[in-house]
Design a protein around this ligand. Structure first.
Ligand SMILES: Cc1cc2nc3c(=O)[nH]c(=O)nc-3n(C[C@H](O)[C@H](O)[C@H](O)COP(=O)(O)OP(=O)(O)OC[C@H]3O[C@@H](n4cnc5c(N)ncnc54)[C@H](O)[C@@H]3O)c2cc1C
Length: 641
């Protein structure tokens, strides 16, 4: 940790970059981190809202307590605090968002560091076999959440996905209902590249192309076009196609929701942001099933509680939110009883957990250029926020494709590409190759990652113990639906076709035919071979969802209702990726932000009218008991007086 300063402002800036590339690179990467963190325009120290303690917090009368300052929580806390009459507390387990996460090229560098919860799945029979069936599930533990360690790609998924959500009884979640919230959140700065009627220009979330891209990214788009795919807006009327994706980035800096929403709201007197504080449970009155606040442990180990007059909002993500509910007695009764936890409400919390799944296909290209993180590149970034450090190499190119199993024109495959990322330099010298050697770099190795984005397999999580610091037991059940593997193998074949196009042959693209470790038996390229690859070298992906599923009261698989309120418990909502009935066929952040915007409006609608009614109650001296959802039972005519 070091204190970063801007004029007279300071904050505890967590250093993670030096250790992110292995021991040989520590010195140079440490220097890079020091230089980046010293820049006031990147560190933004004066606008950091996080505090390790808040004076008078325990006696403070918060209206709302929001748990988790990740993608969703940062949006919810800033939207709620727009009402100056409401006092809002946002609690985050990790530290402030480190400065070096702002640099796009270090998109995923915090993975594996102390800023990562480092979840691991229980051994699986059909996935990640090369590591004993255990898959890594990185999740961010810092202000910005997993938003501080992700690729910044902005995609919304297919309109039909939301129409399906609504078909399950989720009124108000059709595409036409959610589109206004995608638009509300967005400030699109490349309108010339998109179909305008689907995009917003007034929201906090800046969306545009990175300032830089390596020429190969354009060649990949051309390859897609040769195969007959369209390019253009992948978030408009037609999702299928290949394009340089739009990204959440502004002025060459990562566009986390903490930077774009929370820091702007941070100066408000009615918003407190408490960091390094791990929420252990929600306080629920067992007689009334009413949530009254939360319990948490601070960094020094001291346990505290804080009260919420109106609601507790869980935005702890697809692992954190169900874990907190389970610790609070909300979950499958048989699991809770096994651990001796008193059951408040029997609900399928932690079930329906699922994720996209991918495989990696490597190929060589003719490119003798050097490592892109040189001292010159660093200087360019520090001066103008442009150049290779302001982007994620060819990872900014993506494709949404249809396998032969796709139905209704909804893409079931997304392809990501990895390479040309300006990270992990050993010396920063201009002639350094990607492997850290000095000299002739020869050919360059890049990978494509076809991903099954409409998986059918469903897993679950449950508590390991009653200790809130213990990670839950995670069982993803990858490939338990056979079709998931078949779709993925189709994706691999589509990627190979891409490399055979004139456009990529111009780069000398050549499939890496060295058999993957443990898959030497079957003939290379046969379905049997790819089966082996996907099971042994599974790409476990990072779009975990569904563990507090949204559905109407009659749905036995639902945890929250279409207003995001936990069934049968009063004054708790879940607002994050865990509420997705099923994960949309795209990267998940744009969707989480949409859910957070919509959830914030639901909270405002509930409580602004309730406040009005309360005022009317007091004015006319006729206060009555509140009903289940805390709407005062006061007659309309009184409100209209
Ligand atoms: C390597 C990687 C790359 C990715 N790339 C992309 C991409 O390019 N585009 C995209 O759209 N998506 C991407 N994603 C996915 C995306 O980051 C997540 O879907 C998104 O962050 C989920 O948002 P959330 O608000 O649900 O949870 P999170 O962002 O994870 O936020 C949850 C927050 O709650 C906090 N928390 C949890 N438990 C507690 C507790 N007990 N007490 C206090 N605080 C708690 C956490 O510390 C965290 O800050 C990527 C993810 C990863 C890991």
């Amino acid at each position: 940790m070091s204190a970063a300063s801007c004029n007279n402002c300071t904050f505890q800036d967590t250093q993670f970059l030096a250790g992110s590339c292995g021991a040989t690179f520590t010195l140079f990467m440490g220097l890079v981190e020091y230089l980046v963190s010293s820049k006031d325009d990147i560190a933004d120290a004066c606008n950091r809202p996080g505090r390790e303690s808040v004076k008078g917090m325990e006696t403070a009368e918060y209206d709302f307590v929001v748990v988790g300052a990740g993608i969703a929580g940062s949006v919810v806390a800033s939207r709620l605090s727009e009402n100056p009459d409401w006092k809002v507390l946002l609690i985050e387990a990790g530290p402030e968002e480190p400065t070096a996460t702002s640099v796009p090229a270090f998109a995923v560098s915090a993975v594996g560091s102390e800023l990562d919860w480092k979840y691991q799945t229980q051994p699986e029979g059909m996935a990640c076999l090369v590591t004993g069936g255990i898959c890594n599930w990185p999740r961010g533990k810092m202000v910005s959440g997993t938003g501080g360690m992700q690729g910044m790609m902005y995609t919304r998924g297919n309109p039909k996905v939301y129409n399906e959500w609504a078909k399950f009884g989720n009124d108000g979640w059709r595409y036409e209902d959610v589109l206004p919230y995608f638009i509300k959140a967005e400030k699109n700065k490349n309108l010339e590249l998109v179909e305008e009627r689907y995009h917003g220009t007034e929201g906090p979330l800046v969306v545009q192309h990175f300032p830089y891209r390596p020429p190969l990214s354009e060649a990949i788009v051309e390859a897609g076009k040769e195969l007959g795919y369209r390019t253009g807006d992948l978030n408009g009327a037609n999702q299928t196609g290949i394009a340089i994706a739009q990204m959440m980035v502004d002025n060459g800096l990562r566009g986390s929701t903490s930077r774009m929403y929370l820091r702007k709201a941070g100066a408000r007197d009615n918003l407190d942001v408490l960091i390094n504080s791990h929420v252990t449970q929600i306080l629920i009155d067992k007689k009334t099933n009413l949530a009254t606040g939360v319990e948490f442990i601070q960094k020094d180990g001291v346990k505290k509680i804080v009260r919420a007059k109106k609601e507790v909002i869980l935005s702890g993500g697809a692992i954190g939110s169900p874990q907190i509910l389970l610790l609070s007695g909300v979950g499958p009764s048989e699991d809770l009883e096994e651990l001796g936890i008193e059951v408040v409400q029997d609900l399928p919390v932690g079930r329906n957990l699922h994720n996209h799944v991918s495989a990696s296909v490597g190929f060589y290209i003719n490119d003798t250029s050097y490592e892109t993180l040189t001292t010159k590149v660093l200087q360019e970034y520090l001066d103008t926020h442009t150049g290779p450090l302001s982007a994620t190499g060819i990872t900014q190119t993506t494709a949404f494709l249809l396998s032969k199993y796709a139905s209704d024109g909804v893409p079931d495959i997304q392809v990501f590409f990895d390479g040309f990322m300006a990270t992990c330099s050993r010396t920063g010298l201009a002639e350094e190759c990607t492997n850290g050697e000095i000299g002739d770099c020869g050919r360059r190795y890049i990978t494509a990652r076809p991903t099954n984005i409409l998986p059918k397999s469903r897993g679950y999580l449950k508590l390991r113990s009653t200790n809130p610091k213990d990670h839950p037991l995670i069982f993803p059940n990858y490939f338990s639906a056979m079709r998931d593997g078949e779709v993925l193998i189709e994706g691999i074949k589509l990627v190979i076709q891409l490399t055979e196009t004139e456009s990529l042959q111009g780069w000398g693209a050549e499939l890496d035919k060295k058999p993957a470790e443990g898959c030497e038996g079957p003939p290379f390229g046969s379905d049997e071979y790819w089966q082996c690859v996907i099971h042994r070298h599974t790409g476990p992906e990072n779009h975990q969802a569904g563990s507090c599923k949204m559905g109407p009261a009659g749905d036995p698989t639902a945890v929250v209702d279409p207003q995001l309120r936990v069934h049968g418990v009063r004054n708790i909502r879940v607002i994050d990726a865990s509420i997705f009935p099923y994960v949309p066929n795209c990267n998940t952040i744009a969707v989480v932000v949409m859910v957070a915007e919509k959830g914030s409006d639901m909270l405002k609608n509930t409580w602004q009218s309730s406040d009005k009614a309360d005022n009317a109650c007091h004015k006319f001296g006729i206060c009555q008991q509140c009903d289940m959802n805390s709407k005062p039972t006061v007659s309309r005519s009184v409100l209209q007086q």
